[in-house]
Design a protein around this ligand. Structure first.
Ligand SMILES: C[S@@+](CC[C@H](N)C(=O)[O-])C[C@H]1O[C@@H](n2cnc3c(N)ncnc32)[C@H](O)[C@@H]1O
Ligand code: SF4
Length: 334
């Protein structure tokens, strides 16, 4: 039975963070000054087990969730992630996908596809090795992420989506090289406006490169035309190259917010349900599960949270809201 919130939005997508750890330290997401040696990540017993995740995902599917995305932190650093994929792939009618930084993808692509993963999104912020190494702050080379993307495509996880977060004066010069490189490969490049998630990245509006500016820059060299959305509520705006060599997407969450169509819930690695990326407080589903809640009780708890949802942060974002306390993206699941 599907459930709608106070603004009539149904619950359709669920992002599950399966770990708050990561092998990168992207400066805009897990800056080293905060996520350094002394940072206390969640302990093993605090993480939802694969059985708990699967039970919750089934309950969400009964609420109308059609799409589940595994994320983190870096989902591929969680040991046995392919077993979790296999368990979730058994839930009927669920579109199962995963977002990764690609570092471990060459090794894992086959096992993930074999376990029932259908599609994958790989984050890559630049093709310039110096820029990329500086942004991931783990000295990780571009080449290995590119190899991961190819491994995913050959394993059948195609079309691969490639996400690039664009930050002014950091990687804006990489926009055109990325467009040129991925055009004609069958992979879909998507540009994401840098957002004020968490409270450690020191976000400023000046750091955002508006999606329209990105489209204009590409269009001047590689002519584009708008394409229709694939489905209602699709967050990426699609554009096609006029010469038929593929498409790109733009996720303009800052300059053109899409709260009105947002059908997404997030489950943190320790089992808290968040109804918005910018939420401050989560609802503890792990406690319910571990206290022996029945399926019905679990169902009712999720319905109650979603039914009371009012979130529209991106529509009311301002210089004032940017400073409000928020949870980190690596914890809540990007
Ligand atoms: C938090 S990561 C988790 C999955 C995986 N580690 C990865 O990097 O793909 C998910 C996505 O969020 C993006 N992201 C992180 N911080 C962001 C920010 N401040 N603004 C926009 N996107 C951000 C990342 O670039 C990545 O594409
Ligand atoms: S964006 Fe992904 S890869 Fe980068 S630090 Fe955050 S979780 Fe890790």
């Amino acid at each position: 039975m599907s459930v709608t919130d106070t603004r009539g939005r149904p619950l359709r997508d669920l992002r599950i963070s399966i770990t708050d750890r990561c092998n990168f330290r992207c400066t805009y997401c897990m800056p080293k000054e905060v996520f350094g040696r002394d940072y206390e990540f969640l302990g093993r017993d605090q993480l939802l087990t694969f059985e708990e995740i699967t039970r919750l995902a089934r309950s969400f599917a009964r609420h109308g969730v059609e799409k589940v995305r595994l994320t983190g932190g870096e989902p591929l650093v969680r040991r046995g992630v392919e077993e979790l994929v296999a368990m979730l792939a058994e839930i009927p009618g669920l579109d199962l996908t995963l977002t990764t930084n690609g570092a471990l993808l060459s090794q894992k692509a086959r096992a993930l596809a074999g376990a029932g993963l259908r599609r994958i999104t790989v984050s890559l912020d630049s093709l310039d090795d110096d820029v990329f190494r500086a942004m991931n702050d783990a000295d990780f080379p571009v080449e290995r992420v590119l190899a991961g993307i190819e491994a995913a495509a050959s394993a059948g996880l195609a079309p691969v989506k490639v996400n690039m977060v664009v930050r002014r004066s950091t990687n804006e010069d990489s926009i055109l090289p990325m467009a040129r490189y991925f055009r004609g490969t069958g992979h879909i490049l998507r540009f994401i406006e840098y957002m004020d998630v968490g409270h450690t990245n020191g976000w400023r509006m000046d750091d955002v490169v508006p999606a329209q500016e990105i489209v204009d820059a590409i269009d001047r060299e590689l002519p584009l035309e708008p394409a229709d959305p694939n489905y209602r509520g699709e967050v990426a705006q699609r554009y096609r190259y006029r010469d038929g060599s593929g498409e790109i997407g733009l996720i303009a969450s800052v300059t053109q917010p899409f709260c009105g169509n947002c059908t997404r819930a997030r489950l943190s690695a320790d089992g808290k349900l968040y109804t918005c990326l910018f939420a401050v407080k989560g609802h503890d589903l792990r406690a319910l599960v571990r206290d022996g809640a029945t399926d019905r009780e679990l169902h009712e708890a999720i319905s109650a949270v979603w039914g009371a949802r009012t979130d529209r942060y991106s529509e009311i974002r301002s210089s004032k809201t940017a400073g409000l306390p928020k949870v980190e993206m690596s914890y809540i699941g990007g």
